[in-house]
Design a protein around this ligand. Sequence first.
Ligand code: UGA
Length: 432
Amino acid sequence: MKICVIGAGYVGLTAGACLSEIGHNVICVDNDKVKINNLKKSIMPFFEPELFEIVSSNLKRRSLSFSLDISDAIKKSDVCFIAVGTPQKADGSCDLSSVFDVAKQIGKSINGYKLIVNKSTSLIGTTEKIKKIIQLETSSDIDVIVNPEFLSQGSAVKNFLKPDRLIIGATSQRAIEIFKKIYSPLLISSERFVVMDEKSAEMTKYASNIFLATKISYMNEIANLCEKVGANINNVKLGMSYDNRIGDKFLNSGIGFGGSCFPKDIEAILSLAKEFNCNLDIVSSVGLVNKNQRKIFLNKILNKFNNNIPNKVFSIWGLSFKPDTSDVRCSPSIDIISFLLDCNAKINVYDPKANNNIKDMFKDKISYFDNPYEALQNADALIILTDWKEFLSPDFNKIKTLLKTSIIFDGRNLYDKNYLLSLGIEYFGIGV
Ligand code: UGA
């Protein structure tokens, strides 16, 4: 099938590359000239496992191409996926202007029947609006459906090619059949392919993301109490996880969630609820607990040094908002670094993939290292902010030798407190 994917961000580029991988002919469009020119040469705009391999192999096979010409791409395609950004406005609400601009462009360029699939995380009612915008520009026959994307950064390719579920909001049988045909190579079982009305599909995306964020904030609150009463959140988590009704995912406490989705989605849904005069007390608490979690972590650092951290040197391991990505959007590392800099502390950082993205923000205010151990030289403490696999079992003796004082603040609960204490390393985790 001939498909164009409009927007070459995490969702669009992954979707475009994976759709070409399963046999379709895909044009990925974006209005960022540098990004498109680089992608034509297989130069990736961000790090995402396995993505480079499938982009370059499908470019070679000519089943994937990149273009700046949205109108041409629409004309050449039977199906158009919308995967542009829906950032947060200053008041917290969801900025849908890029989605609506694309809808207008589709309307202007259309040259016959098209199926339009919206994958951008969009507020409830957006599918309907997209359809109206297109129909203002053309009398061509179209179907507009919504297909929320549930892939996670760091495992995006795997998630796309082996999805837990496929959800579409669609009423047209013709659209449903075309969509099924596109995804048929993924062999998803029929009970995991769910068709519903558009608004419910749009809500499912927000409800899922915010539910996951709720699990994290809940565990962080319990972790904070564990610390006060002398319990260990790692044991509590293990005990809870054997209950099938609870499960073992998204129960890790730490410095809270970041990324371009959870924080933004919470604000968007709160802003929508306000419009409808509807209280969402749990949702607003999830966001507050998350912000507070960073402060609680920073207080541990301040307390340890008796509020005296000017000129103290901190070595930070991990800058990305989660492992296996170079993305630092809304990453806890930004808040932690900003606070420590405001206190005139000195910062050395190491991240396997995200150093450059943090450098764009903090420039020469902090020091960047390509090796985790080099970042420890003469530091007063090590601070762990991302649970990269390579941090799981480091050489603790080397850490102890290189640090000026053997202290670890572990924002991801990677290490066993008693073991570190037995090595003579002072350890501060979350809820342990
Ligand atoms: C999230 C959802 O998990 C995806 O299903 C969704 O498609 C995506 O948002 C989106 O809307 O585009 P993502 O933001 O890539 O995916 O990352 P997550 O794995 O959900 O992690 C989010 C944050 O929660 C990270 O900062 C992570 O460190 C933190 N986290 C995660 C915890 O603090 N504890 C946990 O137990 C799990």
